[in-house]
Design a protein around this ligand. Sequence first.
Ligand SMILES: CC(C)(COP(=O)(O)OP(=O)(O)OC[C@H]1O[C@@H](n2cnc3c(N)ncnc32)[C@H](O)[C@@H]1OP(=O)(O)O)[C@@H](O)C(=O)NCCC(=O)NCCS
Length: 179
Amino acid sequence: MGDDPRYPRELERDLTLRDGTRLRLRPIRPDDAPRLQELYGRLSRHTAYQRFFSIMKRLPPDWARMLADVDFRRRLALVAEHDVDGVAELVGVGRYEPTDAPDTAEVAFVVQDGWQDRGLGTVLFQEILAAAAARGVRRFRAWVLADNRRMLDLIARYGAIEQRRTEQGVTELVFTAKP
Ligand SMILES: CC(C)(COP(=O)(O)OP(=O)(O)OC[C@H]1O[C@@H](n2cnc3c(N)ncnc32)[C@H](O)[C@@H]1OP(=O)(O)O)[C@@H](O)C(=O)NCCC(=O)NCCS
């Protein structure tokens, strides 16, 4: 990806989780599409459902390609990469996408089951909000299953919630980053 002048290298960084595990955080690249499919294949049904609100046998290749192909400005995703015997495996993704409101981006997060509750989701959340703010996006929307306490608590902890509405088991939140 060294040849794409838009690739925001300033968002690459090494990360050490609370338990000492090391990960690499970096913006997504088009060649991550197969790695996104592999990550999806490792998710439990519960986690996959919390992220995509549907159960698919696998992440369709065209969807994976779309998710991996961002412009780093209006659409951006950060991946957390773990080295398994020299092979990079994705274990978490945070992203924002444009909405019909020009100042508002939709955010979504997923952390592979065995990697949850180790602080990675919090890092992805804060990094995505900061990367968005650096690109002029300061208001966010998230769709979260109404019983997804962990994600709702995460948003409440680091976000200043402006709107919250639950319909048919899905909570829509609009928020800015807490100062
Ligand atoms: C939601 C998600 C991204 C959070 O990532 P994570 O790596 O598990 O998050 P963290 O480890 O940073 O935990 C966040 C906080 O939630 C708390 N938490 C853990 N389990 C919880 C639960 N069942 N209910 C409420 N809070 C919980 C943790 O204690 C942590 O707080 P701490 O930092 O004080 O310990 C991840 O769990 C996930 O991928 N879930 C499935 C997909 C999903 O729900 N996506 C959201 C749709 S936008």
